[in-house]
Write a protein that binds this ligand. Sequence first.
Ligand code: BGC
Length: 762
Amino acid sequence: MRVVRQTSLLCIICIFALLLSGATASTQRSDIEKRVDALLAKMTLEEKLGQLQQLDGEGDGKYRPEHLELVRKGLLGSTLNVRGAKATNELQKVAVEQSRLKIPLIFGFDVIHGYRTIFPVPLGEAASWDPSAVERAAGIAAAESRASGVHWTFAPMVDIARDARWGRIVEGSGEDPYLGSVMARARVRGFQGTDYSKPDKVVACAKHWVAYGAAEAGRDYNTTDVSERTLREIYFPPFKAAVDAGVGTLMSSFNDLNGVPATGNRFTLTQVLRDEWKFDGFVVTDYTAVMELMNHRLAATEAEAAQYALNAGADMEMVSRFYNKHGSELLRAGKVTQQTIDEAVRRILRIKLRLGLFDRPYTDEAREQAVVLNAANVAAAREIAARSLVLLKNERGILPLNKSVGSIAVIGPLADDPKAMLGPWSGDGKPSDAVTLLAGIREKVPGAKILYSKGVAIEGRGVTGNFDATPAVAESAARSATAATGPNSIEEAVNAARQADVAIVAVGETADMSGEAASRTSLDLPGRQMELIQAIHALGKPYVVVLMNGRPLTINWLAENSPAILETWFAGTQAGPAIADVLFGDVNPGGKLPVTFPRTVGQVPIYYNHKSTGRPPTDQKWTSKYLDVPVTPLYPFGYGLSYTQFKVGRPELSATSIPANGQIIVSVELENTGQRTGDEVVQLYVRDEASSVTRPVKELKGFQRITLGPGEKRRVQFTLTPEHLGFYNREMRFVVEPGEFKVMVGSSSEDVQEARFQVVAR
Ligand code: BGC
């Protein structure tokens, strides 16, 4: 009785606390709106347009001399790339002490996978299938950023990418909207926490809104043409997840979207974002994207470009200056309303207030010293990097390597390349902070004799084939060919391998072969790296291939012939130690592919959640397939091995039928049947067997990364709700339709067991 009374008292207190915190939040919100109103009432048109302007720094974190004058006059609201407590404080001082209205600046920077302590590239982090690790990495990145005067990160990048030719596939979470949404939420939470005015948080920016990853032919900045259905089902969900997680800003993308470039697109910027999703933060354009509306030939003049973007709902203009140059003329001509300008300013001031910049505009320089690249952050980078590695092949248990091995040949152009470890978009990361694979191995097995040889170099732009190249491409191909043929370099590597008990060969792409403006038409290992591996292979000795790359590569020969392959992406500051942890078995790899690996670039776009077609592929002639290559991928989405073995049981369902608004519980038993502790990612896929609009063959709707000791078993449970079973019908309404559903549970998108249930009409 007493217990009951105490519990109910506790409940009442909890409810009060909740109500109180809700009330405090809404008071804070209305305070913020009042402060915005008061400022807006005092601002001149020039000062308002000034808030809409963001300009780039000078390089190396510095501001430009011009910024001082603009800030003093209230004509600049934000910068990008200016960073470091000292530089940001200096410029901020001008804003808050010398400008008329003392409105602080917001400093933005691309903190994509770490500020100074660099974590795996986002595609690698997604391969961890571990949202808590991803949240932790973003949290550390936020703490380092804020301590360095950066308030705002242009991340997470949540673009779905189904085309590995597109270099920016490295910046996102891969091909799947569900995994992408989980990762988007984790990153927003990590960057922002529950209150981004805190000294270790920043405001996040979901980008690039939207469908930028659908660039035709995988060529960056290229045109996109995507149906509204595909937008809503594939490209929007990670953005919606970010908005629901409270993301403060979005970035409008460069691409032409169905004829209306995304930076001038009212449907996406206002109708979906504001009207449907109730997003109340601000949108910044991508770099010079307003100006590029003229290159798209949407706008005939600078003024028209500003008019399109402002009226569509792009609030802050990055780098080009058309809002400022033409804002007042547009207002006078009635082409943009005062209300539109005020609303854009309001949204920006709102975020500045939520960041607490008016009350605490400066950064503590001592704090910067203490936080950036501190030992705890570096240790976290090592752990998270190890979680992102994916074991693609391990023949006859060659891995993990024995630590008492006598000699190891460490070979390859990426074995000792600290810049490659960091990958593209590596913030303020310094190659000098990075520990390479060679150094990681030396540290791991100090007793072993290490023979290092680079073998070949990767230079130029990853040009592989012989084709009718343009002069620039031909010149770069010639350069890479020269670089690769150093004197007897392959021979030297072969000699090293010959003398060693085992060889570790690190190959892949350099950091600048993926990322922005880094599209490739070939997914092969660039340069002469295959030749290097084949020469090592010919020795007939054990060797392991360690891949470092920012996109799926076509590695059929390796998959068929090499004894072991470990995919390490670009694993960051602690790449070397993390990879060594996995190679020598201190960490059992448990990552899974967040993206399909094709057999050939000719299969692209290839992704697991495709539709069925009227003639699904069979051996028969008149079906949907290729003459020369199977339709299946080399490695499917969700694939990855472990040093132990797991058995995923048959899925059991809590019901055989449910109503359209009901839910169903799916449970399976997972058992570690091997000899080591390890992780398995149990994956749940769903398929609507027949519906009024055709649906994918399967869609990921749940996953859990689970650690089990040898012989250990655990029951894993998922709940499917209407959100997981529904789709947009012909009227574009989200519905769950009656009929049969298939549930698939397993260890990859292809290795699954099935169960079925019915959704019944009431
Ligand atoms: C990229 C954005 C980035 C911006 C600022 C652009 O070129 O597309 O992703 O945030 O530059 O650096």
